[in-house]
Design a protein around this ligand. Structure first.
Ligand SMILES: Cc1ncc(C[n+]2csc(CCOP(=O)(O)OP(=O)(O)O)c2C)c(N)n1
Ligand SMILES: [Mg+2]
Length: 896
């Protein structure tokens, strides 16, 4: 770049006080570039900038470059083969993608779909499909491509040409229930498990999970679990999508860890749903500095080849100056108008430029194309990206939203949601992309597939065969592993005797046992967001090491100690730092490794339970959709059990939140043996049987005695409840008490008080999962409804309680909705206590009294139920209230 005007506008320097001196410097730069090349120029200038900064110049902007392509025209790798053929093939795919949305909405406009986004992306996808993306084969482990969610019609249209989908299936777009083989709206592995690999449509989710996927591949390779060299993770991200914190929040990690197996393509069509992304600025320039600052290799693909001659002639920088002055809102408007408009409002900003394009017709000006829509420019960028080492690459590709939609949407504000095309727009689309369709066929939006022996189809097949097969494609199973039997956790099954421990400690011992088990030790992936010491896991730092791509470049402060802080190239722990979103992204990468890499890994992600679903719910949903297998451990759980931390920390509802995830098995165990049974069976189901489930288990930090596992309890632990301590009393009033987690101890104490103070028999049940009990209840009820003539089945809760008299009282450390889940299957009266309200700090005892879930409230609740049943006098309830000094007129805990 030779122009002082342009230099000023891109680096914000002040007015030029000595233009002659400036030109001399610039000429010197030109000379270096000419004689020694641009790399040498960069070196000298970097040194010069450093010198000026040392002298106090302040920051000199160096992270943005002029608003032109990063790769100069002369340095581009050339697209191999026949460009015209590729354009024809891409045009057919464009047509079919558009047709499937138009046709679906002829059936009913209820169905929806998007046309404009894929039309902006088509070149970016097709160059990848034809030249870069490997499917998994004997020669290559396979690239992993995160497609932009609402561009799925483009993927379907290609799969149709490849013979993977039929016309009937295309016609079943968004009709998954009524049309067999119907296609899901967006990439959903849950709905199309052999096709889609990564759910992306909740904006930001594909972005962050792609980063952690790339990092997990480096981790797998470092640990010798899989050969991932040469494999790339590609992620397509919308320019509007970059506003999501999940999109940009982890780019620093990708830079820091040198994830050169990661390539992001940001589709800068300048628009999001409502309007322009940065109408008053330039999204590409903004992102360039963000990514470069985060250590990424940035490739801007702004201008198409038709601009090359104009840029080559731009010795005075006037063109680049106008390019930089125009804001994105203007660029959007240009492409919604015509050549005459562009001449007047773009080139017309500078009379010299206007003159420079005077030889061009309006049509030629209109055809000046954008980089992201030019297969040559895109090819050159991809070529450089896959070669680049030491850094992740982001390609900032400028495109046009609704490209080709003409009056029905091109560059228009309304284009995102356009799912219909006028007849004129359809005909214009046909003409613009030279599609061999009659007017009749166009009006009917017929699909088009060229003859099998046509050059387009041959090329398509050849390219995909050369790259290992079709994409996307998802692997559903890996070689199963052997898992330890329950006896491996003997320590937990036998109880703790005199020792008082927490369920967190019990879990850490189970994990330690797994890390010693030869069959699966290597497959375990402990994940922690800066909380290992909280959970007493710091012993593992030394034992298995913390993964770091560079090992440990310093002597740790605690190196003298046995359990020092050990970072290691082969480390097994993923210590994520303070990012729950990043940690769960690692959980997803590890828990889907069986699918993406054919290597089953078993993540144990342990974190503060409050910062789980509540913090990253959408990623939990993505984990479920992805068929992630693994364990999420909600540590320091329970509103009164994590007692000192107050409102923002004390979790009384994560179980209710996790209860909504269909393939999540959620448990609130109270004892070490329950933890062991649940984890062992989870391993069997996920790793041996390969069921697509994941587990949520709450763990607590309260220490108490753990009994040995009662005989025969195993099945009940897994199904959700089992009898823990039956009363020895045979006659007199009787109640059934239920409890879970730490509050089970209060319930056990209540049973003793009922017996000793009130002569009431109390049978105690440990409820490990109200959520599982509810699932069983719903399934049973549904079966009975649909089989009215058959012998009704009994819900598991009902069958447990069938031979046990008396009202039922449940108390937990969660809001009442948790235990309330099973109400309709509890025979007889059912009263639920819970910790509804905001947490606060105090002793556990005070909090349990405050929230009315302690032993005394359980006694009062049980007596009240007995009184309401007529089994005892109401005065006995009052007696208990007085005896235990409960405050009858205290306000509801939820209101204070
Ligand atoms: C978390 C989330 N919020 C909102 C949406 C709804 N939505 C779908 S696409 C879209 C606009 C996307 O714009 P951009 O990222 O620029 O993609 P483009 O279609 O322009 O390529 C919105 C708001 C969503 N899918 N996910
Ligand atoms: Mg956009």
């Amino acid at each position: 770049m030779t122009d002082s005007v342009h230099t000023q506008s891109s680096n914000g320097a002040g007015a030029d006080v000595d233009a002659t001196e400036t030109s001399e410097w610039l000429e010197a730069v030109d000379a270096v570039v000419e004689h020694d090349g641009p790399d040498r120029a960069r070196h000298i200038l970097a040194r010069a900038v450093q010198r000026a900064q040392m002298a106090g110049s302040g920051p000199i902007a160096s992270i943005t470059t002029p608003y032109v392509n990063t790769i100069p025209a002369g340095r581009e790798a050339k697209l191999p083969g026949d460009p015209a053929l590729e354009r024809r093939l891409r045009s057919i795919i464009r047509w079919n993608a558009m047709a499937m949305v138009v046709r679906a909405n002829k059936i009913s406009s209820e169905l929806g779909g998007h046309i404009a986004s894929f039309q902006s992306l088509a070149t970016l996808y097709e160059v990848g499909y034809n030249h870069f993306w490997h499917a998994a084969s004997d020669e290559h482990g396979g690239d992993l491509v995160y497609f932009q969610g609402h561009s799925s019609p483009g993927n379907y249209a290609r799969a149709y040409l490849e013979g993977r989908l039929t016309e009937e299936q295309l016609d079943g777009f968004r009709q998954e229930v009524s049309s067999p083989g119907g296609l899901s709206s967006y990439p959903h592995p849950w709905l199309m498990p052999e096709f889609w690999q990564f759910p992306t449509v909740s904006l930001g989710i594909g972005a962050i999970t792609s980063i952690y996927q790339a990092r997990f591949m480096k981790y797998l390779a470092a640990r010798g679990m899989a050969e991932t060299d040469g494999r790339k993770v590609w992620a397509f991200i919308g320019d509007g999508e970059v506003d999501e914190p999940e999109t940009m929040g982890s780019i620093g990690m990708a830079g820091r860890e040198h994830l050169d197996n990661l390539i992001w393509v940001v589709n800068c069509n300048l628009q999001r749903l409502d309007g322009p992304v940065r109408g008053n600025g330039k999204i590409i320039q903004e992102l360039e500095s963000d990514f470069r600052g985060a250590g990424w290799n940035v490739i801007k693909v702004i201008w198409g080849s038709r601009w090359d001659p104009l840029l080559a002639e731009d010795h005075d920088g006037r063109l680049v100056k106008v390019m930089e002055e125009c804001v994105d809102g203007e660029y959007q408007t240009f492409k919604s108008r015509d050549g005459a408009y562009v001449r007047e409002y773009f080139f017309g900003r500078d009379p010299v430029l206007l003159d420079r394009v005077s030889h061009m017709t309006d049509e030629e000006i209109w055809l000046l194309n954008r980089g992201g829509l030019d297969q040559q420019k895109v090819y050159a960028a991809y070529h450089e990206a896959v070669q680049h080492t030491g850094q992740p690459t982001v390609i900032l590709a400028k495109t046009i939203k609704g490209y080709g939609m003409g009056v029905s949407g091109e560059g228009q504000m309304i284009t995102h949601q356009a799912k219909k095309m006028t007849e004129d727009a359809l005909l214009a689309f046909r003409d613009r992309f030279d599609l061999p369709l009659s007017d009749e066929q166009v009006r009917a939006a017929e699909y088009y597939k060229p003859p099998e022996d046509s050059p387009e189809m041959q090329f398509l097949r050849e390219r995909r065969a050369g790259l290992g097969g079709s994409l996307p494609v998802r692997r559903g199973k890996a070689e199963p592993l052997e898992v330890p039997e329950l006896e491996a956790f003997k320590g937990q099954l036998e109880g703790t005797g005199e020792r008082e421990v927490s369920t967190t400690m019990a879990f850490v011992r189970v994990l330690a046992a797994l890390l010693r088990d030869k069959r699966i030790a290597r497959n375990i992936v402990p994940i922690v967001p800066d909380e290992s010491r909280t959970f007493g896991m710091e012993g593992m730092f030394r034992q298995v090491g913390i993964y770091s791509p560079v090992g440990q470049l310093y002597q740790p402060q605690d190196s003298e100690q046995l359990m020092f802080y050990k970072e290691d190239k082969h480390g097994q722990i993923l210590e994520e730092g303070i990012t729950e979103a990043g940690s769960i992204s690692s959980f997803i990468a590890a828990g889907t490794s069986y699918s993406a890499h054919g290597v089953p890994m078993i993540p144990f992600y342990i974190y503060y339970s409050m910062f789980g679903y509540q913090r990253v719910g959408d990623l939990v949903w993505a984990a479920a959709d992805s068929r992630t297998r693994g364990f999420m451990l909600g540590g320091t759980a329970g509103r009164t059990t994590l007692n000192g931390e107050g409102l923002q920390h004390e979790d009384g509802h994560s179980h209710v939140l996790f209860s909504v995830v269909p393939n999540c098995r959620a448990y609130d165990p109270a004892f070490g043996y329950e933890v062991a049974v649940i984890i062992q069976d989870g391993l069997r189901r996920m790793v041996v049987e390969q069921e697509d489930l994941f587990y949520y288990i709450t763990l607590m930090n309260e220490n108490y005695h753990h009994p040995a596992m009662p005989e025969g309890a195993q099945e009940g632990i897994l199904r959700g409840m089992y009898p823990l301590r039956p009363s020895a009393r045979e006659s007199g009033p009787r109640v059934q008490l239920m409890g879970s987690g730490t509050i089970l101890n209060e319930v056990l104490a209540a049973a003793e008080l009922l017996e000793s103070d009130f002569d009431v028999a109390a049978d105690t049940w440990s409820v490990t999962s109200f959520t599982e009990l509810r699932r069983d209840g719903i399934a049973t009820e549904r079966w009975n409804m649909l089989h009215p003539l058959e012998e009704p089945r009994q819900a598991y809760v009902a069958s447990c309680l069938a031979d046990h008299e008396g009202p039922v009282v449940a108390s937990t450390d969660y809001i009442r909705a948790f235990a309330d889940q099973i109400r309709q299957w509890v025979p007889g009266r059912y009263r639920v206590l819970g910790t509804d309200g905001f947490g606060r700090s105090d002793s556990r005892r005070a909090l349990r009294r405050f929230f009315e879930v302690d032993r005394h409230y359980v006694v009062v609740a049980a007596l009240k139920e007995l009184a309401d049943e007529g089994a005892i006098e109401a005065s006995r309830v009052k007696e208990a209230i007085d005896r235990y000094e409960l405050s009858a007129d205290a306000p509801m805990p939820t209101t204070i």
